[in-house]
Design a protein. Structure first.
Length: 102
C-alpha cells in the first residue's frame, strides 16, 4: 500500500491483504476488483475516505497498483449489446433490393 493508512473497522487493511495476494498471484498482470455492495456496506467503506462525496453511487481507489471499484447495489446497469443483423442487409444488397426497416 502506498500510504500506511488505517481504518477503524479494518476494511482498508483487509483490502490491502487481498490486493497483495493478487499481486503475488499475478505479478505481471493488470488487475482490478469490483464490489457491488448493499447500502450499509457501501456507506461503511465510503466513510473511510473523506474526499469522496457521500452522494456518489460508485467510486474507486488504488491499493498497491490495483484498482478497487465499489458500486452501490442496483445502481450499475449493464446494457445489453445491440444486435445488428447484417445478413438481411447483405441479402438485400446482393439482390438489388434495398429494404429499410424501422
Amino acid at each position: 500500500m502506498g500510504k500506511n493508512q488505517k481504518s477503524v473497522d479494518g476494511v482498508i487493511e483487509k483490502l490491502a491483504l487481498i490486493t497483495d495476494g493478487i499481486q503475488t498471484l499475478f505479478p505481471n498482470g493488470k488487475s482490478f476488483i469490483v464490489f457491488e455492495l448493499n447500502y450499509e456496506d457501501f456507506k461503511k467503506v465510503q466513510s473511510n475516505f473523506r474526499h469522496i462525496d457521500s452522494g456518489f453511487n460508485q467510486f474507486k481507489i488504488d491499493l498497491s497498483g490495483i484498482e478497487v471499484v465499489f458500486i452501490l447495489e442496483n445502481t450499475f446497469k449493464i446494457e445489453e449489446p445491440v444486435k445488428i443483423s447484417i445478413f438481411g442487409k447483405l441479402k438485400s444488397f446482393i439482390s438489388g433490393k434495398l429494404t429499410v426497416k424501422n
